[in-house]
Every structure is written in C-alpha cells, then in structure tokens.
Design a protein around this ligand. Structure first.
Ligand SMILES: Cc1cc2nc3c(=O)[nH]c(=O)nc-3n(C[C@H](O)[C@H](O)[C@H](O)COP(=O)(O)O)c2cc1C
Length: 165
C-alpha cells in the first residue's frame, strides 16, 4: 500500500477479470470500479454479440459510473478487460473513448483463454486512447498455474511505478 490513489476499473462478462482485478485492488489498496454497458452479453448469444462488437469496434454508452474522485486525480488507473477476438472488450473500449484522454498514467490487466497467445498487441490498441502509453501491463490466463506468478510480477512493476512518480 503506497498511499497513492489507484483506480482499478474493469469490465468482466463471466467474472474472471473481476477476480483478477479484485486481487490487484486489494494488494494495492485501490478503488475497484466495475463498468457495464447494459447490453445482455450472457450465454452463447451474448458471447456472439460481444464478438461482433469487438470485431466491428462498436461500443454502447456505459451505465453510470461511481468513482470517488475525478479521473485526473488518480496517481494510476489500472484498466482490466477480457480479450475479445484479439482486441479489448468493447465495453472497455467505450470507457477508453470517454476517459482515455484524461488518463496519463495507465496500466493494463488483460485476461485471455489462450494458453499460447498472450495478446500483447491489445496493450498497443488501448494505448491509442490514453494520453500517454501504459507504464506496465500483464496478460493473465485465469485459473492457469502461472496466474498468481504473473499477477505478483505485475504488482511489483506497479509498486515501482508508484514509487517513481
Ligand atoms: C466474444 C469473446 C471473444 C473472445 N476472444 C478471445 C480471444 O481472441 N483470445 C483468447 O485467448 N480468449 C478469448 N476469449 C476468452 C476470454 O478472453 C477469457 O475467457 C476471459 O478471461 C474472460 O474474462 P471475463 O470472465 O472477465 O469475461 C473470448 C471470449 C469472448 C466472450
């Protein structure tokens, strides 16, 4: 815990990114905020809709967000999203469209299903929306035996970044 203001904002369709971001927020004493867009993304039809949204890069308005501070007040904003069709989720894309220009200090947590592919290109896609490139990032395969290791490595990076600021 660094005494710095850390916002951990995430979208999660099936709970994996939520679990990862909850652990990150707890370790850092950060504020945890979930984003949703009111679209029914459950089940197979919801997954197909989400896939289409990701491929088309189409986004919907977000449901109202409750953040304790204006986004510019945070020392670090950690953005968590599942990978959808090799891209960030369209719900996170909408958040980035709306707030990205106000985020100078960003870190990313992406979660994926693939064992082999880490989808690190998603970091660069997300950087297109933020005021400055990410300070650090991690790709997690939730439930994988390496998950805790990579999360800890990420937390070390984040703590360095918070001290250096
Ligand atoms: C529409 C859709 C597309 C997906 N595309 C990919 C993909 O391209 N690569 C991958 O490794 N996992 C992919 N996944 C799997 C999710 O990224 C992975 O299960 C993630 O951890 C789920 O996070 P969540 O439970 O927070 O929603 C996809 C899942 C969905 C629903």
């Amino acid at each position: 815990m660094s005494g710095k203001k850390v916002l951990c904002v995430y979208y999660s369709r099936t709970g994996k990114t939520r679990n990862a971001m909850t652990a990150v927020a707890q370790a850092l004493g950060g504020e945890l905020v979930e984003i949703t867009d009111g679209v029914d993304r459950s089940g197979l039809i919801g997954a197909a809709r989400s896939c289409l949204d990701a491929v088309r890069r189409s986004t919907r308005f977000l449901d109202k967000l409750e953040m304790k501070h204006p986004i510019t007040d945070y020392d670090l904003v950690i953005l968590g999203t599942p990978v959808w069709a090799g891209r960030c989720s369209s719900v996170m894309r909408e958040f980035l469209k709306k707030y990205g220009r106000d985020i100078n200090r960003a870190a990313y947590v992406i979660t994926r299903a693939s064992e082999r592919v880490r989808y690190e290109q998603v970091y660069d896609q997300m950087d297109l929306y933020t005021a400055a490139p990410r300070l650090c990032a991690v790709s997690l395969r939730c439930g994988d035996e390496g998950e805790a290791f990579w999360r800890e490595e990420f937390l070390k990076e984040v703590n360095k970044v918070l001290v250096e600021e």
